[in-house]
Design a protein around this ligand. Structure first.
Ligand code: CMC
Length: 428
């Protein structure tokens, strides 16, 4: 029995519910028996006060601006580790030693190729298809190619399909780009790093040797780390919900990609850069700030605000620093960056944004970096999906490994008509 209990009084009767404590963070009132005991549901659209699962992967303290993966602060991981190390950490719970890391990298690079038949899927899309549309389709289609790893009750199958997904995502994303620009697909080069390989498959051409720029490779790898996992966000919850029915992992990740696409979630990086380009020059900022504050105007400052962070998003801090490093390495700059810095400064000093605790999030600066590296805006969310795949599969694995796992099945507050009799069409 839990030490703490929560009391709920409904219609004069008092009911007690255990209060569960995590290793850190808010306590959780365990209401699993609420309906049986009271006949009532809880009502929490948007899950603002609901813990949907138990998880040991990622911890966020939104008030303090803290993000930990398996206990390690995101700032330390972004500075000292690699995306492969973080992937191993998320999947296995501990940082790898040198041998474990090298074996893991080898395993991932050995799964980077796509089944040749998958190439034909791309040709079914229009050339102007959004890369996220292609990603949804092609990742879902992987289910039809890897029957040997879709027995979700077998931990070995789960491991193989997780590795396949992490490994193939850069190939799938790079091919979506190549298809859009009308260039030939490039096969992976397994002598390169995970991130270097992705850059080559995206920007290389068969006729020429492609040299991976070390600073860009490092920046890209860091961007992947910053997007690797983020607790029970909308797309991760989508993956878990899809997975809770026993659906195969490829189908579940395709569902996650679909959810991530929305502008309130992963699509915000694309929307943020479009917005900054539309604003154009710092003198136009006040007009857009007023629009963002106007209740009758649907416009929002994209890349601003977060459901959990009510203090600076720690990923945005690293992202801004990475942006400066990329500009330095490429000996370039972008007037949009000046606009972004000025917009941030004005918003952070504005009462509306201060009161609502709205700060730049991970998406505010990422688009500027990706654009300076050469990615078109439509690819931004695809890159987010590529990196988040590791979080999705780690969360999916955690859920399936839990013996208490059941299908996710929310209930509702019904407000439609009560029972009535059918009226034949001629009598209506
Ligand atoms: N610009 C202007 N006002 C805002 C913004 C914004 N970007 N974000 C929130 N608000 C206002 C909102 O109008 C509301 O005002 P009121 O209380 O008067 O109704 C208040 O702040 C609270 O907003 P909310 O929509 O209830 O908060 P939420 O937790 O449901 O939404 C959010 C979080 C991220 C969807 C929202 O802040 C937003 O739409 N931001 C812009 C899109 C964006 O940058 N998304 C990326 C999120 S980080 C990466 C990821 O998770 O994928």
């Amino acid at each position: 029995m839990a030490d703490k209990q929560a009391k709920l009084e409904i219609g004069g009767a008092t009911h007690e519910f255990p209060v569960l404590e995590g290793s850190t963070g808010p306590d959780v009132i365990d209401i699993r028996k609420l309906y049986g005991a009271t006949g009532a549901f809880t009502f929490d659209p948007g899950y603002k006060s609901t813990a949907s699962c138990e998880s040991a992967l990622t911890y966020i303290d939104g008030q303090e601006g803290i993000l930990l993966h398996r206990g390690y602060p995101i700032g330390q991981l972004a500075e000292h580790s690699s995306f492969m190390e973080v992937s191993y950490l998320l999947l296995n719970g501990e940082l790898p030693n040198a041998d474990e890391l090298s074996t893991f990298e080898h395993t991932i690079t050995n799964h980077t190729m796509l089944h040749e038949q998958l190439m034909t899927f791309y040709r079914g899309f229009r050339r102007d298809a959004h890369p996220m549309a292609i990603m949804c389709g092609v990742v879902g289609a992987l289910s039809a190619f890897y029957h040997d790893s879709t027995d979700i009750s077998d931990p070995e199958h789960r491991k193989i399909s997780s590795h396949r997904l992490i490994a193939k995502m850069p190939t799938i994303a790079a091919m979506a780009y190549k298809y859009a620009v009308g260039q030939p697909f490039l096969y992976p080069d397994n002598s390169l790093s995970y991130t270097g390989n992705f850059l080559r498959m995206t920007f290389g051409v068969p006729a020429e040797e492609y040299e991976v720029h070390p600073a860009i490779e490092k920046a890209m790898d860091r961007i992947f780390i910053l997007h690797a996992d983020h607790e029970q966000n909308a797309s991760t919850s989508t993956v878990r919900l899809a997975g809770s029915s026993g659906a195969n992992p490829f189908a579940c990740i395709a569902a996650g990609i679909a959810c991530l696409w929305g502008p309130a979630h992963g699509g915000a990086n694309e929307a943020a850069l479009n917005m900054l380009q539309e604003i154009g020059t710092p003198d136009r900022i006040p007009h857009y700030i007023e629009r963002a504050k106007d209740k009758n105007d649907p416009f929002r400052l994209m890349g601003f605000g977060h459901r959990v962070y009510k203090n600076y998003d720690p990923r945005a801090t690293v992202m801004q620093q990475t942006l400066r490093e990329v500009f330095e390495a490429l000996k370039t700059t972008d007037p949009v960056f000046e606009t972004a810095l000025r917009l941030e400064e004005i918003a952070l000093n504005d009462d509306y944004f201060k009161e609502k605790k709205l700060f730049p999030n991970v998406d505010f600066y990422s688009g500027i970096i990706l654009s300076s590296i050469g990615f078109p805006t439509t690819m931004f969310t695809a890159l987010f999906a590529l990196a988040r795949t590791v979080g999705w599969v780690a969360q999916w694995n955690e859920m399936i490994s839990d013996p208490a796992q059941v299908i996710g099945r929310p209930r509702q507050l019904y407000t439609g008509p009560t029972q009535r009799d059918y009226v034949p069409v001629g009598q209506r």
